[in-house]
Design a protein around this ligand. Sequence first.
Ligand SMILES: [Zn+2]
Length: 493
Amino acid sequence: MTQGLFDLRDCDANGRIGHFTVPRSNVVVETPALLPVINPKLQTISPSTLASKFGAQILITNSYIIHQDDHLHAESLEKGLHEFLDFPGAIMTDSGSFQLAEYGNVDVTTSEIIHFQNAIGSDIATPLDIPTPPDAPLETAQLDLETTFERLELSKSLVDGDMLISAPIQGSTHLDLREQAAKHAYALGFDVFPIGAAVPLLTQYRFKDVVDIIMATKRGLGFDAIVHLFGAGHPMMFALAVAAGCDLFDSAAYALYARRGSYLTTQGTKQLVDLDHFPCYCPVCSAYTPSELQNLSKLECESLLAEHNLYVSFGELKRIKVAIKEGNLLELVELRSASHPAMLDGCRALFQYSAQLERQDPSVKGTFFHISDLSPLRPEIVRHHNHLSRINIGTNVLLTTDIVPPFSTSNYSEILYVKPPFGPFPYSLSHTYPLTAEIPFNTDSISLKQAAVGISTIVSLHPETAFTFAHNNWPQTILETLSDDVKFINLSS
Ligand SMILES: [Zn+2]
């Protein structure tokens, strides 16, 4: 890893705001960042407009398409990529791996495409890796990975200037392979780590698998590694992917969806022909009604739809940055989980990694808002349970869901308040984060289960202590999960 490329500014869960210094063009990109995909043969929105109108600091284009076209090849070599595309920010180039995955072969070698990317002035080059599709046999994924490693090492040896080289992480849906690939690439000193071959999973809405792969990749990388989710362009899943630890996204979706009359929202995709009103206040949606847009020429309509799609995508990234700053990124993820059942699967998968998320999650934030069934699974609960070992208690402890139980408590050596979903803690801590949590009046069973995990944790830490749990009509099924040695008092009876 090149030292000092990534400067962390804020973080929440695995999401972070950072400053990514791109040395070759001396541009600082604020992450999480969206790289609009520029097709050098068909520009729906020009790169200069992307910079001036949408604030794009970085984009991605395909060096293989440029390499294979005689005219584009010559012009990009003559002018250099930045003048050729007329873009003042950083430019990342892809290598043709996508074409390799789509068509089975490409007419270029690793050396040729790396030298070409360097010659045209790319800021971040990509080697010609082997994208292994999801669900490939383990042996195939391993063999592909060996070839990718050989090409990564070759690429690293070919260039010694200030062009960064990304190291695509492959491994299909084999999570151990993804983690090993990430460890290997990180040890080789690469700069940017795109998660490869995710497009089939994204297009099939397999967001759980996407989360599993991101989390496996993150386990293999150092904290300063910049992670790019290749092919992720739908704003619906940006919050989820950022919370899992992705810093960069590339979007061809804004243009591809516009071409077929599709209108992106953070809650999913809509068809222009189905809309009577625009659920958006961007300049396009403020100036036109859906029917007015449809009455324009096909090209005008496509261009304006693409603009809306970009406004929504960049807008979602701004919202995500605000959420990271305020410490409520996971609450935004919970909101987005309602966009589609597959998004709920993806968000549930992420919350299963609370212990992994907890390692980077700040210990103090604003108020913890319990807003969905996912809230009790957040990293703050895991951390609270981990910290229960710090509580000193006596030999005879009362655990109570009522702050002032309706009986004498003088016989107890210690009284711990039990608040779902956290579980037990001394009442004196109730004004500290996250125990100041705002929780719904009606407690759900997941919160009770999580609180019971906290009770079980403290009971197992103190085998010599007698515990009595005074609860407010908790279900028997949850009480049965606690040790037989715990005595119960039902405060509601
Ligand atoms: Zn709009």
